[in-house]
Design a protein. Structure first.
Length: 511
């Protein structure tokens, strides 16, 4: 059942990802990189403070509900916490913007950045309350309900993006003004996102929580919140440094590439999205062997699913970027490095959730500090051309990708070494063979793509290349029996259309 739930979430994310790709295509083709860069910088600036809206309480909520806390008290406790955090967030962001302008005499490259900041405050608040529902349904492992609202939001948002580029952009005083339209679309689409969740919450009842209930959340959330603060810094600092030294055009390029690889990340995260409540349940019931097997199983299927896609993105990086705009082709090395980073992070996700599942989020806090430190140090060294008369490499957005990848490698190795001693293995035993077959497949298709036997510029040709890579990779797995009968049985059972439809109907009916 968990396999079917993960597949449903993955399928939803693939579909919404493709829809998002179309929206991004229209934005970049019609408005260029500059407006998207202004929007991306604004998103990152306000996003620096977005940790305030969570502070680790979403993970605490998943853990408490999955462990059996009274549902009415849990959702009430979490809702009150969300309101308090939203008020704090608004105050701190507005004060930060005004402090920057009035006391530090800071300036914006364009007035549209400041307007975007204020609009995106609403976006992040809406995102936080969308997360309220996501956290609850995640804890109850309701995959069908988790899949419907984001699909509707993606269709609505990208439809607005296409309409705005075709019919509104031409009336803008300057292309930069279009960044305001982007921010407004994000806000409106998340209003829709939030309202789509409401029917699924019909029948929920609030129950007055006690001080002890808040304490249950607080004691778990505080260590996680520090990790979130560090994560917020590490995920946004690169964009801010690029903006400071290179400008919105390069931020637009980096933001576009991040958007492209983010859909690979979404696939890996959706495959493992239900692992925390699953591990929490198994751990609290003392089912340790099943606990360990679950981690290895998630890792195996995450790798099998995305490795062919990683190969494709590496071999056809220039052609993939050209699908959106030829302006991105020069940044193909950045796409390759970020793609590898996403794969490593995806493999690490089941292992990282182990620490939350056993009630030890402090270890993730330490890792978050180390990760942020690596990213900040290498961003400062590798991105700028010069700081305080010191000559630096000036790699620009490639430097940001290198810093992020180095951080992922270090964290990957630390977690593997620590948990390898506990689990008796550093990874699922199938991973080395998968990597070997990925290299063989990659070399074969690198040769074929360069031979000119088949085109590789048109989108339909790239789809055929991608399907061929998947078929070759899976053929090698099956021929060498690296994909065993149990795996094949699970895959067949998971993708059975009639059982999938029955599951969706049952979940919505019995929510």
């Amino acid at each position: 059942m968990l396999g079917r739930k993960s597949l449903l979430l993955t399928a939803q994310n693939i579909i919404t990802g493709l829809i998002g790709y179309v929206g991004l295509l229209f934005v970049l083709r019609y408005s260029g990189l500059q407006p998207y860069g202004i929007f991306t910088f604004s998103l990152s600036f306000v996003g620096l403070f977005s940790f305030i809206l969570d502070m680790g309480f979403s993970s605490a909520n998943i853990k408490r509900i999955s462990e059996g806390m009274e549902f009415e008290k849990a959702i009430t406790t979490y809702f009150i916490i969300k309101i308090i955090l939203a008020i704090i967030f608004v105050g701190i962001v507005i004060l930060s913007i005004e402090f920057w302008e009035i006391f530090l005499h800071g300036s914006f490259r364009t007035i549209y950045e400041k307007y975007d900041f204020y609009l995106l405050i609403f976006y992040y608040i809406l995102q936080s309350f969308v997360g309220y529902y996501q956290s609850i349904f995640n804890a109850k492992t309701y995959a069908a309900i988790l899949s419907i609202p984001p699909f509707i939001e993606a269709v609505f948002r990208n439809s607005l993006l296409i309409i705005s580029t075709l019919f509104i952009l031409k009336y803008m005083k300057s292309p930069d003004e279009f960044s305001l339209i982007l921010a407004l679309i994000w806000v409106i689409s998340y209003v829709i996102y939030l309202f789509v969740f409401l029917p699924f919450a019909r029948g929920w009842k609030f129950k007055r929580p006690t001080g002890e209930d808040f304490k249950k959340y607080y004691t778990f959330a505080i260590p996680v919140s520090i990790s979130l603060i560090l994560g917020s810094i590490s995920s946004n600092i690169s964009v801010i440094i690029i903006e400071s030294f290179f400008g919105s055009y390069y931020v637009g390029a980096y933001g576009s590439i991040l958007k492209i690889v983010s859909y690979i990340s979404v696939i890996t995260s959706s495959l493992g999205s239900l692992i925390l409540p699953t591990l929490s349940f198994l751990h609290s019931n003392g089912r340790e062997k099943e606990y360990k097997d679950t981690i290895f199983q998630y890792e195996r299927y995450i790798s099998i699913t995305v490795l062919p896609l990683i190969i494709f993105m590496i071999i056809f990086s220039r052609q993939v970027l050209n699908l959106w705009t030829s302006l991105l082709i020069q940044f193909s090395s950045t796409l390759i490095l970020l793609t590898i980073m996403v794969y490593l992070n995806g493999l690490n996700a089941p292992y990282s959730n182990h620490f939350n599942a056993i009630g030890n989020p402090k270890y993730l806090m330490y890792l978050g500090f180390l990760s942020t430190l690596i990213i900040v140090i290498f961003d400062i060294i590798l991105i700028p051309k010069r700081i305080l008369n010191f000559q630096l490499p000036g790699f620009g957005i490639l430097g940001a990708a290198v810093a992020t990848l180095l951080s992922s490698i270090v964290i990957f190795l630390i977690i593997r070494i620590k948990l390898g001693k506990i689990f008796g293995a550093y990874m699922d035993r199938s991973i080395p063979r998968q990597l070997l077959f990925a290299i063989i497949t990659g070399l074969l298709f690198y040769y074929l793509s360069g031979s000119g036997i088949f085109p590789s510029l048109q989108w339909w040709a790239l789809v055929i290349w991608l399907i061929s890579i998947y078929l070759t990779f899976f053929a090698l797995l099956i021929l060498t029996k690296s994909l065993n009968n149990e795996d094949i049985k699970i895959i067949k059972e998971t993708i059975n259309p009639s059982k999938m439809i029955s599951y969706i109907k049952e979940e919505i009916r019995n929510k």
